[in-house]
Design a protein around this ligand. Sequence first.
Ligand code: NAP
Ligand code: ZN
Ligand code: ZN
Length: 412
Amino acid sequence: MKSKLTNRQAEDDLGSHENTNLSRRGFMVTTALAAAGAGAAGLLAPSPAEGASGIEKTKNLGQGPFPAEGMALYSSQGPHKLMKFQRRALGPKDVAIKLQYCGVCHSDIHHGREHWRKENFPLITGHELAGVVVAVGSSVSKFKVGSRVGVGCMVNSCRHCGPCQSGMEQYCENGNVLTYGSKDRDGSMTQGGYSTFNVVDEDFVIDIPDVFDLAHAGPMMCAGITVYSPLRRWSVGPGKKVGVVGLGGLGHMATKIAAAMGAEVTVLTTSSAKAEDARRFGAKTVIVNAQGADLSKYRRSLDFILDTVPYQHDLERLIPLLKMDSTLCVVGVGKTTEPHQIGPFSLLRDRTSFASSQIGGIRETQELVGFCALHGIRPEITKIPMSGIDGAWTKVVEKEARYRFVIDMANA
Ligand code: NAP
Ligand code: ZN
Ligand code: ZN
């Protein structure tokens, strides 16, 4: 959360970069939408059933700007409402993506409800995008029309700082551009994936192999990579006992991925009804972490804990479960007004560490997709129509997602 605020701060400092990318606008598109087949044709000519919310025909669709529509919040209290807007014209390295699906991450709710910072409204959230490329800029080399792709939480970064150079754009020292609510290089505000269309620099686009249903691709772009990155960073594998706290979007992916890495997984859930699912995802042990439950028999049993809980909760219950020299990594990001507390002796007792981690780099996200393909890992999803977003948000907050809602753009 702090890092996201830092990103915003850094973005504000990036005004001097804006001109470079404005100049991209005049470039020719090498591949026209006309070549995009049925998907693009549907985009150009909405069916009568789409009615007033259908995408209007516009000239120049081949190179953009592209008409799009999405579900926007107009205030932190508000329900989502349809918003029509334009995606930028293609720059040389841009790909135009007809979005088919977008996962619903708890971070969307934190942003939309202003748990972390003041937002600029109207705001379209969503950073688990999946779709098909329908046009490419003149210098695009990694994708072509028809490529199946995903986009996660970032759509640009400085490219030259140390973290960017080492493929960790999420820690860009000059501020990366987030997929929504972020100042883009041209000064405009980015809008996210609860929408029909996007234009993204190819360096921030992930290739989705054919083995995946596109509906499963989105949740890998944030939930998947956010847990994969720390599991790798803290060398989770055979012989390691790993705790996963919170069985939601991130937690269920963490359980599957850690188990596939060869670790012995313990899930800590506040929802006893999820115990069976946790085992099906690969957990050997399930602890129902109800308030006041006695966890003493699990003391010093875990080599690593990945905590995905999205609100303030009692970390003092979790730290004693770690063996000496082990790490509690909290990837859940609560409200800035309700920070976590760790007592002065809590880490000292077993020389344990408290850590955090932010999504993952582009290269690493592509690696995660390969890992999921290799191990047959898929998120557990529930498809919803665009009009179902508000209801889905309520269910997510009530811990009722099983385990990721995914918006189906074809279903208004
Ligand atoms: P989610 O689907 O809502 O899952 C969170 C789970 O945590 C719930 O299913 C529930 O599991 C548990 N939980 C929820 N509220 C709780 C509460 N008040 N007290 C205790 N447990 C609670 O959310 P998500 O999409 O996985 O996201 C989880 C968190 O990660 C969010 O804060 C999100 O913003 C953050 N996030 C961080 C990054 C990063 O880069 N670090 C990236 C993506 C998301 P049980 O029912 O099993 O208890
Ligand atoms: Zn997310
Ligand atoms: Zn950078």
